[in-house]
Structures are given as C-alpha cells and as structure tokens.
Design a protein around this ligand. Sequence first.
Ligand code: KG4
Ligand code: ZN
Length: 352
Amino acid sequence: MSEYLERMKKKAQAFEGRGDLLILGIESSCDETACAVLRGKEILSNKIASQIEIHKRFGGVVPEIASRNHVLAIDNLVKEALDEAGVRQEELDAIGVTYGAGLLGALLVGESYAKAFAYALDKPLYAVNHIRGHIAVNYVASPDLEPPFVCLIASGGHTAVALAKGYDDIVLLGTTQDDACGEAFDKVARVLGLPYPGGPQIQALAEKGRPTVKLPHPFKGVDTLDFSFSGIKTAVINYANTVKMRGEELPAADMACSFQELVTDIMAENLVRAAHAYNCNKVVIAGGVGANIRLRAKVSELAQKHSLTACYPPIRLCTDNGVMIAAQAACMIKAGRLPADYDLDADAGVKP
Ligand code: KG4
Ligand code: ZN
C-alpha cells in the first residue's frame, strides 16, 4: 500500500458515523460530463454538460468525440458545481469518480482529472462503479431507503435485476442475454426514424399510438429473471421492412406504443418476480430507462397490488449525473471500502 493510500485510509477512518460528508461526484463514462456536490443526502449542486446535440447527427455516441468534449467541459463544470454548492474545494471530505463501466477514453478523462484533483487536495478518492451509482442515487432520492431491496437496473448499457444486500453489496439475480433495454429503445427509435437518444422519443410517440402490433415475448411462460430484447428489436425491424416492401406506411406511433408496452411489462414483471423470489418487500428502479413513465406506472401499480414499497429517482436523476457518483462514494464509505490508490485504472466492462 502506498504512503498516499495509508494516509487516505486514515482520513477515511475518521468518516465513520458522519452523515454530513461533503462529497464531489464526477461522471464521464458516456456522453454526459457531470459533477455534483452532496452534503450527506442533500444535493448542493448538480451540473451536467450533455453532448446529446453533438452526437445526434451520428445517430449515437462517437467515443473519440465524447472523450474530447469531456476534456473541454470537465474543469469548468467542477468549478461550477463547487460554486453553486457554495463549497470551497478544501472543504470537501472526499471525491468519487466513475472508473467503469463505459467508454474507455471517456472514463479516463474523468478519472485522470479526479485523481489529480484528489491528490493535489490530499483527499480520499473513491473509484465508483457507474451501475452501482444508478442504484445508490435512490438513497438520496428516498432518504429513508435502506438495504436490503430488489432493484431493476435499466440503462443504455445494462439490464438486470439485482439484490442490494448492503450499501455496497449487490448480487445479480438475472441479466439480459443480449441487448440492454436502453440500447433496444435507441435501435428501435432509429428504425422508426427518431433521433438519438431514442427512449424519450419513443415514449413521446407512443402517447399518440395504441399497442396494436403483436411482438414476440422472449420468455413467455418461462420462470426466469433474465431478459432478452434482441428478438423484439428484430421483430420491429422485420415488420418495418415488410411494410416498406409493400409500399405501405409504417404505423410508427402504434409500433412505438407496442414496443414500449411489451418491454416495460417484461421489466416490471421481472422486478416483482425477483422481490417474491427473494422475499423482499422493497423494489427500486435504477438507470436511464427508469425515466420511462410507463415503466414507473407499471412498477407502482404492481407494487401496490403485491404490497411492496416502490422507490424510483426523479427523472433528472435517472439518466447519468454526478449525484449518483457522489451517492455511491458515500455508500462505499459506509461499507468501509478503501479509497483508491493513485495507480487506479479505468475498467470499461465492469459488471454491476
Ligand atoms: O443510464 P443512462 O443515462 O446511461 C447508461 O448508463 O447507459 O441510460 C441511457 C438510456 C438511453 O438508452 C436512453 O434512450 C434511455 O436511457 N432513456 C429512456 C428514457 N429516457 C432515457 N428510455 C425509455 N424511456 C425514457 N423516458
Ligand atoms: Zn448510466
């Protein structure tokens, strides 16, 4: 263990029992540079520099362009987050940064910045798993929430149900066998001629449609906690091609509605099935697709029917942000995890 880490470990030991830690969270895993300051569970600032407009013209995120724009944004954004919070950098207790999962080049920007920042300030740095950050933001959004609970992770890169046994103790119960749900939303949106990111676009279009198109349920009648979305996506593509060959018009709104209804049914049902299987009375939603209003409505409805408590973050905390990274750093501190050493590396493919 380096001398630096020995020193950080001692500083971190002094955090025990404190519920008012000032933590800066830094996120740069994909197309959003984000920084936030948390005091305990209070959000003092939450700054996001979104690159959506830049990547839109390519129909998805271009990794190299994402990295370069993180470099341009990050320094100002950290300063803005501290200013808005009314916190001087020396007052921070700790820094959390995403080390994975995500785009390697993009991750390295946030991580290099955070390492230099923490080292210069002599503050403990926590290497945050982005996916766990999506779960942890629920502790801020619902301050009374405590583990254990069963959680649906529904983002652009991951889809899973997990058991949160402790603040930093996540056990996967079922995962997608192919595409992530957000990826499926984005790909189907492209087939329907909608811009990136597809999730909010499909949601808006679906409001004008009805679920008239029959799409295949991947695990109909099978008792599993796993997911699969590529068959549904392929069915949408095949349907669109057939309609085009016939010279007919694609019923885009009905397709958006049919797709959204099926995918949100699958996710809500799996979450409740997991709660029953693991005897949990709390269900939680995490990740960008958690912003979907139909998913939220279905989880609420099912939770009420089965006497479960349902928690989900406000929409602005579902997609990538710095609050979730600071929140997960707080969970790691609570769980007694070691801060990172200065040889911390990024891990693009880390699992939840
Ligand atoms: O969690 P997130 O911000 O990034 C990852 O960690 O992957 O999730 C982004 C994903 C995108 O695929 C986007 O289309 C989807 O979340 N998304 C939605 C909605 N808002 C964002 N999907 C469905 N309905 C929404 N309202
Ligand atoms: Zn995310």
